[in-house]
Each structure stands twice: as structure tokens, then as C-alpha cells.
Design a protein around this ligand. Structure first.
Ligand SMILES: Nc1ncnc2c1ncn2[C@@H]1O[C@H](COP(=O)(O)OP(=O)(O)O)[C@@H](O)[C@H]1O
Ligand SMILES: O=P(O)(O)OC[C@H](O)CO
Length: 500
């Protein structure tokens, strides 16, 4: 039977999606479902790995049934995932020993403080490209080993396995035969040496993590194994692409050349710039990360991770009840020409790049008697654009590259007002592609390239189409005045919480 499709599994922070692409990169079908978020304590976030698997499996089944797909028509499967989220399971029973600890979870901030007190910051940055932060997997693994009864002993006996969500899904899809991850996901763990391309023994010893728990690290476009027919509708289909969701979006945006960058506006906002084979050491609060491994080469990226972006719009909707849907934010914001001097700094979980300030707190400044809800909605939207400017400035300073255009994707780029303001406040054109499902596209491309479904990266470049380009129209003086106001607001957000 002809191979007509590549199936992408996009396992995100809030939902699982299955998306089918044809040879022309068209989306043939999508199925998606949200799963439960667990908040056992303030600042803690967990997912149930079994629920992630059943939800992911459910959306695959739904997609196949709804679009009448014969599994034999699927050339390959690509996986892209929320990054850093940590699962530890028993290799014999296949059962997780604890819930997955999610990237947003702050429970290991204390472990991070201890690592910093030991003076490890420079070493961690050099080896892993990361700052010491609870965001990454390493301290989450340590927490599980230290806090789940019997876990450390079992791990030392070689009975436990660690994986990010890609690893967990491959394990499940292959019926427990393959324990693997790709370079991009490994580079988010804080225990992987991105220069030597190996798990770092010194950091493993520092965190007390046995090497036997760790998956094999492979390229992002590579046949890792096949689905177990008992699990996957009676068929063995190659699983041949894996990348963390932000790196997959960079690939899906066809940012293949050094200096090309994309920004994804979802729950958080993640800007990545391809730096080719160059490992930049950020002096401005960015991360160095592996973009992907492909064609026998590993390529790197600079990354600015913003923790709260679209989530501030969810807060307007669910917390403040100012709007009924995220899409309303555009209409409400358009009712006023500007915010009337109001700034919202959505530091709900501290601030990520480029500040990495866990003590910063959400702040609204500039309120007057004339402030109304339209101003607040507009200020919330603008906060995404200002945070992006913070990150882009850091990126240009680190790389010495002046961006010609910013490629964007993610749920919030549907908002034209936000996109125009983004171009204005950056002074750089913003390009929105026809296909904004770039994350899933990236995973599909990586998988398709490995099995010859698409010939090469050049073929993919010809498929990329811009739907709308937003040109900056704001004058320089206004732009800089507004941005200075934002910087002052950030200073206030960072000064709010004091140690008692
Ligand atoms: N029209 C819109 N304007 C502003 N924000 C939006 C709009 N539509 C969606 N969002 C925001 O985008 C986010 C959803 O984007 P998505 O890419 O699906 O995120 P994720 O993959 O992180 O779940 C939500 O936080 C939502 O508030
Ligand atoms: O699942 P998303 O789209 O919120 O992305 C989460 C990032 O991978 C976290 O690093």
C-alpha cells in the first residue's frame, strides 16, 4: 500500500495532539485532547504519565478512525514533546514510580540553591548550556530518587528508567523495547554535556543519578524502532523523528541557516535562533541548547524561555473573568489606542529569560482613575511583545546578528493586534506562516526525512509559505519611550518580594 502520510504526535503541556501530514505538507487531519493538570502544592505541577499515554493513544485512534486511515499508509511517526518534564518508571513492570514532574514545577528550587551555593553555575553553563534552575530535568530526577520510598535503592540496582515525555512515549509505543531520546531533549536535562555529546558523569555524581537510568541519545531524525503491532493497530511503523517542541518548531519553520529565528507564542513564549555548529555562551541570560542532530551533525541554538505568555490571557479569562475567550482579547484591546500608561508584568512564576529571577512577582503599574478593562487587556497582550523584545535584544547582543525578520507561530499569533504591536516594539518585521502548526510539522519533517518520505531540507524550504508579514510602523521615539516604561515596570516587579 502506498505510504501517503507522516503522523506527528505533539505531546504538549496541556494537551495531546495527533496530526497527519501528506507529502505536500498539508494537514490531513488533527485530533486532540486535554489531560489533567495536578497542582498538589503551591508552585508544584504534575502530570500522570499513564494518563498522558492513554490520552495520546486515544487521539491517535480517533484520528485514524475519523479520517479513515489505514496504518499501512503511514510512512513514519514523529514525536515532539513538552520538554524537561520528567518521568521515572520501573523497567520490569513499566509502571511510573511517581507522577511526571512538569517543567513548570518549582519544587526543586532549594536543590538549585544548594548547587549554586557550591559554585557550580559556571560549570553547569559551560557543560550543559543551561542556568541552574528548577525548570530542567536533573533536579527533578534527584527529587524523585530522594523522596519516593525505595526509589534510590531500585535505581542503584538498575531497575528504574528516566525519560522525558518523548522517551516515555517511545517506550510505550514499542511495547517497552526501546529506551531512547534525541539530542534536543537530552540538552534540556542539565546532566547532558552538549559539547562532548554525552551524559556528564560529574553532574550525575553531583545529583546522585545512576547512569543506568538514562536513555540512549540519538539524532533527531533517525529510526529508533518500530511500533509494537500489539500496541499499534496491528502494524510495525517506524518511529523516526524526535525533538523537543520548541526545537521542532524551529525545524518546522525551516530555520535551517544560522541566524534564523522563530518565536512560539503558547502558554509560555520560546524564541530560538539557529547558531549552526557554534556553541554560543550567553552573556545575556539566554540558554544554549541543541537544536537537533541530523545528517551526522549536531546543530545548536540560543534560546530565550519566557514562562508566562498566552497564560496571561488565560488569567484574564479564568482569573479575572475580563474576557470570555482568548480570541476576545484582540477586540477588547482594539477599543483603546494604547494602554494609557499601564504595564502588566506577568511574573506569576518569577521571570525566566533573560532575568532568571525567581523572586519577581506579577505587577500592574501606571493605573489611573481613567484605566478601564480595555487598557488592562491591551497591557496583558503587550506584555508578550515586551518580553519578546527583552529576549531578542539579548539574542542580538549574544550572537552579534541583527534579525531581518522574526518568524512566529503558536496559538496567540492568531491575534493581529499583538503581531502588529510585536513588529512595532521590535522594529523588525514579523512573519506568520500559512501553516502555524510548525511544532508538529517539525516532528513530521524529522521523521519523514529519516525514511526518505521527503528528500532533503531543501525540499522542505520550498514548502514554506508566509501568510502575512507585519511591518513595523511605529516611530523610533515612541517605541523607545514605551520600552523604557516596560523596563521600569520590570524593575518594580523584581523589587516587590523581599526576604523577611
Ligand atoms: N487570539 C488570541 N490572542 C491572544 N492569545 C491567544 C489567542 N488564542 C490563543 N491564545 C493563547 O495562546 C495559548 C494557546 O496556544 P498553544 O500554542 O495552543 O499553547 P500550548 O501549546 O502552550 O498549550 C493560550 O495560552 C491562549 O491564552
Ligand atoms: O508544551 P508547550 O508548548 O507549553 O511547551 C513547553 C516547553 O517545551 C517547555 O520547555
Amino acid at each position: 500500500m502506498t505510504k501517503k502520510y507522516v503522523l506527528a504526535l505533539d505531546q504538549g503541556t496541556t494537551r495531546c495532539r495527533a496530526i497527519l501530514f501528506d507529502r505536500d505538507s498539508n494537514i490531513v487531519g488533527v485530533a486532540q485532547k486535554e489531560f489533567t493538570q495536578h497542582y498538589p502544592k503551591p508552585g508544584w505541577v504534575e502530570h500522570d504519565p499513564e494518563e498522558i499515554w492513554s490520552t495520546q493513544y486515544g487521539v491517535i485512534a480517533e484520528l485514524m478512525a475519523r479520517y479513515n486511515v489505514n496504518p499501512e499508509e503511514i510512512a513514519a511517526i514523529g514525536i515532539t514533546n513538552q520538554r524537561e518534564t520528567t518521568v521515572v518508571w520501573d523497567r520490569n513492570t513499566g509502571k511510573p514510580v511517581y507522577n511526571a514532574i512538569v517543567w513548570q514545577c518549582r519544587r526543586t528550587a532549594g536543590i538549585c540553591d544548594e548547587l549554586k551555593a557550591k559554585g557550580l553555575e559556571e560549570k553547569v553553563r559551560y557543560k550543559t548550556g543551561l542556568v541552574i534552575d528548577a525548570y530542567f530535568s536533573g533536579t527533578k530526577i534527584k527529587w524523585i530518587l530522594d523522596n519516593v520510598e525505595g526509589a534510590r535503592e531500585k535505581a542503584e540496582r538498575g531497575e528504574l528508567l528516566f525519560g522525558t515525555i518523548d522517551t516515555w512515549l517511545v517506550w510505550k509505543l514499542t511495547g517497552g523495547k526501546v529506551h531512547v531520546t534525541d539530542y534536543s531533549n537530552a540538552s534540556r536535562t542539565m546532566i547532558y554535556n552538549i559539547r562532548e555529546l554525552k551524559w556528564d558523569e560529574e553532574l550525575l555524581a553531583e545529583l546522585g543519578i545512576p547512569a543506568s537510568m538514562l536513555p540512549e541519545v540519538k539524532p533527531s531524525s533517525y529510526v529508533y524502532g518500530e511500533t509494537d503491532p500489539n500496541v499499534f493497530f496491528g502494524h510495525a511503523i517506524p518511529i523516526s523523528g524526535i525533538a523537543g517542541d520548541q526545537q521542532a518548531a524551529l525545524f518546522g519553520q525551516t530555520c535551517f541557516e544560522p541566524g534564523m529565528a522563530k518565536n512560539t507564542y503558547g502558554t509560555g513564549c520560546f524564541m530560538l535562533m539557529n547558531t549552526g555548529d557554534k556553541v554560543y555562551e550567553s552573556k545575556n541570560g539566554l540558554l544554549t541548547t541543541i537544536a537537533w542532530g541530523i545528517n551526522g551533525k549536531v546543530e545548536y541554538a540560543l534560546e530565550g524561555s519566557i514562562f508566562i505568555a498566552g497564560a496571561v490571557i488565560q488569567w484574564l479569562r479564568d482569573g479575572l473573568k475580563l474576557i470570555e475567550s482568548a480570541a476576545d482579547s484582540e477586540y477588547f484591546a482594539s477599543k483603546v489606542p494604547d494602554t494609557g500608561g499601564v504595564y502588566i508584568v506577568p511574573a506569576f512564576a518569577g521571570l525566566g529569560a533573560p532575568y532568571w529571577d525567581m523572586r519577581a512577582r506579577g505587577t500592574i503599574v501606571g493605573l489611573t482613575r481613567g484605566t478601564n478593562k480595555y487598557h488592562l487587556v491591551r497591557a496583558a497582550l503587550e506584555s508578550m511583545a515586551y518580553q519578546t523584545r527583552d529576549v531578542l535584544s539579548a539574542m542580538e547582543a549574544d550572537s552579534g546578528i541583527k534579525l531581518q525578520a522574526l518568524k512566529v507561530d503558536g496559538g496567540a499569533v492568531a491575534n493581529n493586534l499583538l503581531m502588529q504591536f510585536q513588529a512595532d516594539i521590535l522594529g523588525v518585521p514579523v512573519e506568520r506562516p500559512v501553516n502555524i502548526e510548525t511544532t508538529a510539522m517539525g516532528a513530521a519533517y524529522l521523521a519523514g526525512l529519516a525514511v526518505g518520505f521527503w528528500a532533503d531540507k531543501q525540499e522542505l524550504v520550498t514548502k514554506y509559505k508566509v501568510s502575512r508579514r507585519f511591518e513595523p510602523t511605529m516611530d523610533e521615539q515612541t517605541r523607545e519611550k514605551l520600552y523604557k516604561g516596560w523596563q521600569r515596570a520590570v524593575t518594580l516587579a523584581r523589587e516587590w518580594e523581599v526576604e523577611e
